[in-house]
Design a binder for this molecule. Sequence first.
Ligand code: C2E
Ligand code: MG
Ligand code: MG
Length: 669
Amino acid sequence: MDVDARSRRYDALNLVSQPVWIFDFDHRRIHWANRAALDVWCDTSLERLCMRDLGSDMSDAVATRLDQFRQDFITHDAIFVEQWTIYPAGRPVPLTVRISGHRLDDGRMAMLCEASGSVVQEPESLRSVEALLHTAVMITLYGSDGRPLYRNPAARAAARTPDERFEDRMVDPVEHDALLDELASAGTATRTLLIHTPDGERWHEISARRCRDAVTGQDAVLVSEADVSAIKNAESRARFLALRDPLTCLANRSQVMRSFSESVEGIQDAGLQAALMFIDLDHFKDVNDTLGHAAGDALLVEVAYRLRQLVRENDLVARLGGDEFLILLVARDVRAEVDRTRQSILQAIAEPFDVHGHEVRITPSIGVSLYPRDGTDVHTLLRNADLAMYTAKELGRNDLAYYDTHMSDAVRSRIALETDLRRALERGEIEVAYQPIVDVGSGRIVGAEALARWRHPERGMIPPSVFIPIAENIGLIRAIGSFVFRSAARQQVAWLRSGSTLRVSVNLSVRQLKLGELLPDLTGALEDAGGDPRFMQVEITESMLLGNDDAMLDLLHAVEALGLTIVLDDFGTGYSNLGYLQRFPIRELKIDRSFVQSLDTNRAVAEMIVSMCRLMRLSVVAEGVETAEQLDWVKAHAIERCQGYLFSEPLAANAFTSLLSTQPFLVEA
Ligand code: C2E
Ligand code: MG
Ligand code: MG
């Protein structure tokens, strides 16, 4: 339809004194305008006005607003009254416009605009109208019945329908009521709430304030909203992460602490009981030590997966740290549920794990505490389940123990010992004793083995066979081991200065055998003491060589390169594999005291070992020589040196020094 035809169609509207025009959404042009509107648009020809492209410098906000209008006209027959500023000749013309939908002859929806003439307005209010139009903040004025009286474009975009009520936008009606209560009492309210929007549920920070509708004077509520979903999601993700173990994605200890009381609330009234199953993997550290931490992590992930599979959906499965897992069960007959779960855990963990191509087998030890019998708060229950777990370990691992109040004092005292050991070094409770090593031919003291001692303030002397394994387990062995080596190196220098050249031997634990830790510890100690490495020895045992791997070979070569001698300790108790002696840089061998003490039965093997050492030019020390007969055997086989109670027990350094000055074992020439 050309402009003339349109003029005929809308001619009657030329009689209206108000400016009226029809806007074509699709072409972003004026479709038709009456005479009064031509004045407003500063044009004299309708034809020319209809040619103007109003879309060319239209802002995004205006374009969005127009789309909203079209939508609302199509679906809702809506009518709006708005303050507009148009720029017909580059200058602003403020108008109050009533806008409604109008179908063109071709069926498309257009917009009928009726301006109430140019009103003289304050610049402030003009600007504020513009700001309202363009801001991303959603602003809505609701009447006291909750219906919207006005929405700015941003608010309109966030509402599902133009007349959507405040209440209907809330996902949680309870929150709406609470907001209204606060509004009623305080006049304003600010909350972050979940809101229905055309894009689904979003988090809006809502500020509401009571006011009056400027048109009717009735009570109204002015609501401004900002979408804070991004912040809110980041927050909840952070919260989620804080309560999760990042490795396995199971709940972590904090989550257990938080959700425990919730989980057990009211269960007694419902006739239910709860149980904490504390699961620890046996010898997990060995996996870490032999295959590396990445392999250890992969194993933990797989264990977590298997545990999750075998419980019911609502049971809490958590990783408390390290190789410790926890399952919280709630059931009518919780013991039956624990027994069922125990069976599934043992089965699931018994299946070999494929860890980076290695087949790994592992077993669990499980301790159980029952709620409320063994405690009502999570700390007590965890501690008791942990105690029960220790008992399960002491009973031979790979099984479960229930906590009971008489649970072995040994377990408690072991735990107490762990705590004490952590402070033992700094409190100076760790000491070093020295056992003389005697040259069999001359009877002269030629060396000393440094042996760690723990002088416990209440329990007295605790032997290394007790505390060294604990230190290994709780990660203290490096500190203790390097303390012993440091003391021994210093002592060696002290004896040297007073005229005795002794070779001092220090025991190493398997957990000290890490290149990056051992070498700096040894060199640091030697430098500090000003010691000569040629007079220092380190003792390792066969089991440490079991893996037969290159890393161990490199490490021992590095130790040897420092000038230290490597001694193979306790030979004869383990695998007695002479192959190690060839492959690794071992210069000396100690025949274990159990061997020396059972010569009656083991003589042939002992003699074979000695002759092998001869062949390989290894020097030999006999340990644990307690009797004259044993010494005779040592002599008969030309074993160079020995140590044992026949000569002396391990002694404090000053007692050892006195012994040196008397040299009581010297053989008369
Ligand atoms: P080991 O290295 O084989 O030390 C020899 C052990 O035999 C010492 O026990 C010593 O007191 C004992 N012994 C010496 N002569 C005789 C004897 O004639 N008869 C008997 N029955 N025993 C004798 P101790 O001091 O209790 O040490 C036990 C083990 O603890 C040591 O065995 C060693 O493996 C470990 N150990 C001691 N100190 C340290 C240390 O500083 N670091 C590490 N990693 N392990 C240590
Ligand atoms: Mg030793
Ligand atoms: Mg030994």
